[in-house]
Design a protein around this ligand. Sequence first.
Ligand SMILES: Nc1ncnc2c1ncn2[C@@H]1O[C@H](COP(=O)(O)OP(=O)(O)OP(=O)(O)O)[C@@H](O)[C@H]1O
Length: 343
Amino acid sequence: MTVTDTEVVLEAEGLTKHFPVRRGVRDLLSKDRKVVHAVDDIQLTLRRGRVTALVGESGSGKSTVARLLAQLYGRTSGDIRLHGDSVTVRGGRRFRAYCRRVQMIFQDPFASLNPTHTVRYHLTRALKIHGRAGTSAAELEENLRDLLLRVQLTPPERYLDKFPHELSGGQRQRVSIARALGADPEALLADEPVSMLDVSIRLGVLNLLRDLKERLNLAILYITHDIASARYFADETLVMYAGRMVEGGSSETVTQNPAHPYTRLLIESAPDPDRLDRVGDPREAPEDEAGGEPPSLIAPPSGCRFHPRCIHAMPKCSTELPPRFELSSNQWAACWLYEEAAR
Ligand SMILES: Nc1ncnc2c1ncn2[C@@H]1O[C@H](COP(=O)(O)OP(=O)(O)OP(=O)(O)O)[C@@H](O)[C@H]1O
């Protein structure tokens, strides 16, 4: 099965978010309205039973994309479609109805769980908000047990009356996932769900998410700065740089045969043991001279935003924004290097 042949749950087209810059007294006198170009023209499709990884370094706009999709931020422009219908909801009943179908998991489970409340409280609240608590105390208890079993916190009785501080980081993140499942969602937006956990327990939580994807046929957006984990965990990988998507395709292709110079740089800075035998391959040309820092998003570079750091940059790269060039049926790159190849 390819990444494109299951039902589409959530789509974004031309998704853009510019944050106004807080202005000082001097700025107030000027007519320039400065904005942070956090996210520009994002296309993204989440499908049932598929994990899509959104990869990029800190500040590239990944969390903003997740928050836009979760309708926690209003967008500057673009469209978000749930099962083909455009959605814009800001609070109220419609927001709650949307949350029932699209749930978010945050990076820090400690911050997202209230320290003064037990696991039972958090999960009961989620079930009640989404009308899934049942009609009797016995049914509620059964549903609570069922949520904890789904995230492999067994036996459930051991965890129900614990407070967040009595749990390990991995157990807390499992409770956050159980709470999200309390809504019985179709899509999960997981924003760096394992980056705050000990390395030794990350794999367990990723395996749990993968298991849920398969058993519950969930569409999952997996946000990470760790491209190696995208290969392991995601069916499709999209790479973001400075607010724009620069490459996408099947995770295997994007991580093993990256096309965009930025993707190659990302992979080189996160060595993958499987690739050590490929040193000398022309596509492995070192990108490490392309060091430097991500650009300011208040005045992002014209043309390709990566051009100031790119060792392959041509004159055109600083003036013209590269479109997506299809490199194969399962890979595209927004890079002028591929203009000829895509003809
Ligand atoms: N509420 C906000 N107001 C102003 N600027 C913001 C706001 N939220 C994010 N930004 C800016 O938007 C850009 C993208 O931020 P975002 O948090 O989406 O990136 P990220 O890739 O998720 O980074 P990280 O991995 O560090 O969370 C950054 O330059 C950030 O400073």
